[in-house]
Design a binder for this molecule. Structure first.
Ligand code: F6R
Length: 243
């Protein structure tokens, strides 16, 4: 795993945008894996800036979400499909109809997960997958104890992750859904390039375990060590526990 340590979250955004720009220059119809949460915020801001200044176009790209809450109404601002629409589609030229996520409102949730896996395969697989990491080491919503070979499926969120995400729900943990659909670690490991973003001291222990700890389902992100092409782009605070 290549670890790039930069000064702060803004620099994490710039360096990761460079990785996407280089890919899209090589392959204008690249398939991008999109994470939500605070880790990619600066990246998405920088992509928007580059598109606005004609340095970059995502018009031919496709996007696949990592995960989605189960049961949030289509117009809920925290539904991940809506978040990506707001943070990536609207401010760039990535086209809404070229972005897909697992359908957290499907009547048949296991069927929606299988459909999603097929859609990723039909698109030729993900070229570059953006990832964040939870303070407990989760990747997408693969919480500690998740199978390292799993595909897209329904998962129950841990109390820790629901507490972490309550900030997006007016600090009301009761409003945070209990279930989600998430790409499995097995799905994620099939992307051709994994780009892990982390900033802030709250991620330091997780980053240490993911990068330097043993590969274990108790720190699901540690499975990234099994992938041949991973770039972790992290700020100094997140890197503060690395040896
Ligand atoms: C989001 C996702 C999560 C986050 C993780 C870190 O799509 O899959 O795994 O990447 O919870 O969240 P932030 O970036 O908000 O610290």
């Amino acid at each position: 795993m290549e670890v790039v340590i930069v000064s702060d979250a803004a620099a994490v955004g710039e360096v990761s945008a460079d990785a996407i720009s280089a890919l899209v220059q090589r392959k204008p119809d690249a398939v991008l894996g999109l994470a939500t949460g605070s880790s990619p915020s600066e990246l998405y801001r920088e992509l928007a800036r580059r598109v606005a200044t004609d340095e970059l176009s995502l018009a031919q790209c496709r996007g696949f979400l990592l995960d989605e809450y189960v049961g949030l109404p289509a117009d809920h601002p925290q539904r991940y499909r809506t978040v990506i629409e707001t943070e990536v589609v609207t401010p760039t030229d990535l086209r809404s109809e070229r972005v897909q996520g697992p359908d957290g409102l499907a009547a048949d949730l296991p069927g929606a997960c299988a459909d999603y896996e097929r859609s990723i395969q039909d698109a030729g697989g993900i070229d570059l997958q953006i990832l964040g990491v939870g303070s407990d080491g989760h990747i997408a919503f693969n919480e500690p104890g998740s199978s390292l070979g799993a595909r897209t499926r329904i998962k129950t969120l841990t109390d820790q992750t629901r507490r972490d995400n309550a900030r997006y729900f007016g600090d009301d943990i009761g409003s945070v859904p209990h279930h989600c659909l998430t790409q499995g670690i097995g799905t994620i490991l099939q992307a051709r390039h994994l780009v892990l973003l982390a900033s802030g001291r709250a991620k330091a222990e997780a980053l240490h375990q993911v990068v330097e700890g043993p590969v274990t389902a108790m720190w699901p992100g540690s499975a990234l060590q099994l992938h041949p092409h991973v770039t972790a782009i992290v700020d100094e605070a997140a890197a503060s526990r690395l040896q």
